[in-house]
Design a protein around this ligand. Structure first.
Ligand SMILES: [Zn+2]
Length: 66
């Protein structure tokens, strides 16, 4: 199957988009509030691994935490 895909449902924009767009906390979710706190603290300390982890958890809300 080497048929070319004519309809691309998800257009590729910027390769580094993940770093630029961060998920927003869900309203009224203590887990998200906590993640934002941890994320900001980690960013201030240059711990980008933790920052990414927090973003991943927040993106998977509500199954990722809580
Ligand atoms: Zn949440």
């Amino acid at each position: 199957m080497t048929e070319p895909t004519r309809y691309q449902t998800a257009p590729v924009e910027l390769p580094l988009r993940l770093d630029l767009r961060e998920p927003t906390p869900v309203d009224g979710c203590p887990g998200c509030v906590e993640l934002v706190k941890v994320r900001e603290r980690a960013r201030a300390g240059g711990d980008m691994t933790t920052v990414t982890d927090c973003n991943v958890y927040m993106r998977r809300h509500p199954e990722g935490h809580g």
